[in-house]
Design a binder for this molecule. Structure first.
Ligand SMILES: [Zn+2]
Length: 507
């Protein structure tokens, strides 16, 4: 038997706890059930419940101050929450609750602002992840394309974009950057032949539409003309242009239709230009020069002759051409004859003039007369008496015929000259002239002898008089038959007016 020793209070307390523990181990369920029943009973008292909750809250907050406890609790909560969320009805309820709470919170502007800042920050952080960025862009693109299917939205969007763009463009820097971007983008796009072709078609169509406006067309032509004239100032450009034109022209000329039209055009233009005599003359000179240069080549000359002969032979087979050629030849011969005749006449006239001039010299004239007299006397000395008398008769007849011929020539046109002193009608050979200034200077009192000078005015101050009047005036007297001596005609009655001076004198 073990020796009983007096136990201390601490030992007794430990033993008692061990007994209680072993008892609890043995009667676990009974004990818990009893406790639960006691607790449930006590909890039916609201006051106890309230106190218990306060105790729990206080105990909980105390426990939470420990970091380990807190993290463990959170893990537990997350786990429990995720389990709860597996229930769809719970999830829906929770979302509704959250949405309501969020909406309530958002009514506070301060909260709203903070939330936006948070969201912006979070978003920018998320965007740092390229994968997230790409997915977001895809989402945005899809959403945008969906929205764009609505024409109203599309229209509004375009208006917004246009407005925003026009505002941006007011900034010169933006404008410059935009132009550079556009230029680069266009040059990149243009590397694609398909795009290039479509663009050209678009441009061509738009240009042709714009060109339907006459004003635009005119302005465009002026612009083109100006720029072309500026470019042409560069000799190298001019040369290249000419080469291009020549090449293009030679290609076009390969088409027989084009060639024919071109020839018709050229012929028409040439015929119009030829209407200008100056152009015609220059053209002839050019042609003559070119032909004379070509003809200096003997081979060319020979070929030309053969060609001409052959062509002439062919042409002559045509009867009409033959007749025309004969007419031409006849006409040419006639012209040649006329020219020769005119030259001969001119030469004769020159010779006559020379003879006249020679004869006007008194010495020459005397020599000629002397020679003629010598010749005549020599001829007469050699004649027989009968022949001499016959010759004298013939000379007399010839002299008479000459006098009659001269007389006939003179009176053929009748007495046509008027003496301005006596008013008489005279033949040309019966008229002498006086200079009025000279007469009046010598005899100032003879002004009346120029009685008809108003009717027969003279441009050179020279007036015509009959032999009688001329002789008397030269003696410084007024002729007795002068019209100023009361012999002038009375005033012409109305029925005789309109007669010529000659007719009046006849009356
Ligand atoms: Zn007279």
């Amino acid at each position: 038997m073990p020796k009983l020793r007096k136990q201390s209070a601490l030992q007794r307390q430990r033993i008692m706890r061990q007994h209680l523990h072993s008892y609890r181990e043995r009667n676990l369920n009974d004990d818990r059930l009893r406790n639960s029943q006691q607790l449930a009973t006590r909890r039916q008292d609201p006051e106890y419940r309230e106190n218990e909750r306060e105790r729990d809250r206080a105990a909980h907050s105390t426990r939470r101050q420990a970091v380990n406890y807190r993290s463990a609790e959170q893990e537990r909560d997350i786990l429990a929450h995720s389990i709860l969320r597996m229930n769809s009805s719970y999830r829906a309820t929770e979302q509704a609750r959250d949405a309501l709470a969020h909406a309530n919170r958002r009514m506070d502007p301060t909260y709203r602002e903070e939330e936006q800042q948070r969201d912006t920050l979070a978003h920018s952080v998320r965007r740092m992840d390229p994968t997230y960025r790409e997915e977001e862009q895809q989402r945005d693109t899809v959403a945008h394309s969906m929205r764009r299917r609505d024409p109203t939205y599309r229209e509004e969007e375009q208006e917004r974009n246009t407005l925003a763009h026009s505002i941006h463009r007011m900034n010169a820097t933006f404008r410059e950057g935009e132009q550079e971007r556009d230029t680069v983008a266009r040059s990149v796009r243009r590397m694609d032949p398909t795009y290039r072709e479509e663009e050209q078609q678009r441009d061509t169509l738009a240009h042709s539409i714009r060109r339907m406006d006459p004003t635009y067309r005119e302005e465009e032509q002026q612009r083109d003309t100006l720029s072309h004239s500026i470019r042409r100032m560069d000799p190298s450009y001019r040369e290249e242009e000419q080469q291009r034109d020549t090449l293009a022209h030679s290609i076009r000329r390969m088409d027989p239709t084009y060639r024919e039209e071109e020839q018709q055009r050229d012929t028409l233009v040439h015929s119009i230009r030829r209407m200008d005599p100056a152009y015609r003359g220059e053209e002839r000179e050019r042609d003559s020069l070119a032909r004379s240069i070509r003809r200096q080549n003997e081979e060319y000359r020979q070929v030309e002759r053969e060609r001409d002969t052959a062509m002439h032979r062919v042409r002559r087979r045509n009867p009409v051409f033959r007749i025309m050629e004969q007419e031409r030849n006849t006409s040419a011969r006639r012209v040649t004859r006329q020219v020769a005749m005119q030259m001969q006449e001119a030469e004769n006239r020159m010779r006559s003039c020379r003879v006249l001039i020679h004869r006007m010299n008194p010495t020459n004239r005397e020599n000629i007369n002397m020679r003629q007299a010598l010749r005549s006397s020599a001829r007469r000395r050699n004649l027989s008496p009968d022949s001499r008398s016959q010759q004298q008769i013939q000379d007399t007849l010839r002299c008479r015929a000459r006098i009659i011929s001269n007389f006939c020539n003179i009176i053929k046109s009748g007495p046509t000259e008027v003496c301005i002193c006596c008013g008489g009608l005279w033949f040309v050979t019966q008229i002498k002239t006086l200079r009025k200034t000279f007469v009046l200077q010598k005899y100032p009192n003879l002004s009346t002898v120029f009685f008809l000078s108003d009717q027969f005015p003279s441009d050179n101050d020279i007036y015509k008089f009959c032999n009688t009047c001329h002789k008397i005036i030269n003696a410084g007297k007024v002729p007795s038959m002068c019209l100023s001596e009361g012999l002038h005609f009375p005033a012409i009655p109305s029925e005789l007016q309109g007669l010529t001076s000659l007719e009046e004198s006849v009356l």
